[in-house]
Every structure is written in structure tokens, then in C-alpha cells.
Design a protein around this ligand. Structure first.
Ligand SMILES: [Zn+2]
Ligand SMILES: [Zn+2]
Length: 150
């Protein structure tokens, strides 16, 4: 992977650095997010008293479904837009991408709108199979009653 810590100390006014990164791998994105390959395009422009980072990120991340816990690929896109003070020497674009990508991750990611989730009783993935838990549902409140009957 290219180094995404961009040295901007040599930039003159209105000068611009442009970069395109095909395989931007972000480590330690989030605990539940494992592998991710993202494409990033960005530019850094020096203005009179600031640096402007502009760009976009797109690609897929691997994440666990909040209902069935299966890993699936979630397409994401994010925009980069940040102003840095004139005194900035190094702009950590990777960190910026990381933060923007995290913002796009849903709180409860779903592998699909129709995800049936896991059976609360036996834990089977109900997208893949069915179980008979409804019929066999065990209500402990009946135990004492059955003892009395016996
Ligand atoms: Zn799911
Ligand atoms: Zn079940």
C-alpha cells in the first residue's frame, strides 16, 4: 500500500497533490469489521492560510450481520472533506479515510432486508434452515404445574 501520510510542507499556494489509491487497506477499522479493500481518490490543495483535503472513497468492507451474525460484504462510499491549518506538515489521509468509513458503517448492519436472523432458542440461522422450536418451546412455568399433576 502507498504511504498515505502526505508531506505538505513543500506545497506552494494553490499547488495541488493528487493521488489515487486502488487498494487502500485499513487496519483496525473496527472490531466487527475484518477485511476491507477500498479505492480512494483525493487531492490536497494549499490555499493562502490552509490546506484542503478533498476526495472520495468507495469499495467494500466485510462485516457481520447484526441479526444472523454471518459475514457479508457491504458496499460503502464516503467523502473526504477537511481543512487543515497552515502550520500542518503531515496530513494523515489514511486516518481521515478510516474515520469517514467508520461513519458510514450502520449501527445494526444487515446482510439483507429479509434476513430472518437466528432462532432465539436453538441458534440455527433461519436464512439457511428451519427448526421446530415454536412447537417445542419450553416454558419453565409449566414445570411446577406438571409436577403437581404427576
Ligand atoms: Zn443476516
Ligand atoms: Zn430453533
Amino acid at each position: 500500500m502507498k504511504n498515505l501520510q502526505i508531506d505538505v510542507s513543500g506545497l506552494k499556494d494553490l499547488e495541488k497533490i493528487e493521488q489515487s489509491v486502488e487498494e487502500c487497506r485499513l487496519n483496525s477499522l473496527q472490531e466487527s469489521v475484518s477485511a476491507h479493500t477500498l479505492k480512494a481518490d483525493f487531492s490536497i490543495t494549499k490555499n493562502a492560510d490552509s490546506f484542503l483535503l478533498n476526495g472520495s472513497v468507495s469499495g467494500q468492507i466485510e462485516i457481520s450481520c447484526s441479526r444472523c451474525l454471518e459475514t457479508f460484504r457491504l458496499p460503502i462510499t464516503a467523502k473526504l472533506n477537511k481543512v487543515y491549518p497552515e502550520s500542518t506538515v503531515l496530513i494523515d489521509v489514511e486516518e481521515e479515510i478510516r474515520q469517514e468509513v467508520i461513519l458510514t458503517i450502520p449501527v445494526k448492519p444487515l446482510c439483507g432486508e429479509q434476513c430472518k436472523g437466528l432462532c432465539q432458542i436453538c441458534g440455527i440461522n433461519r436464512n439457511k434452515g428451519t427448526c421446530n422450536c415454536r412447537q417445542e418451546f419450553h416454558d419453565p412455568r409449566w414445570d411446577d404445574l406438571q409436577k403437581i399433576i404427576k
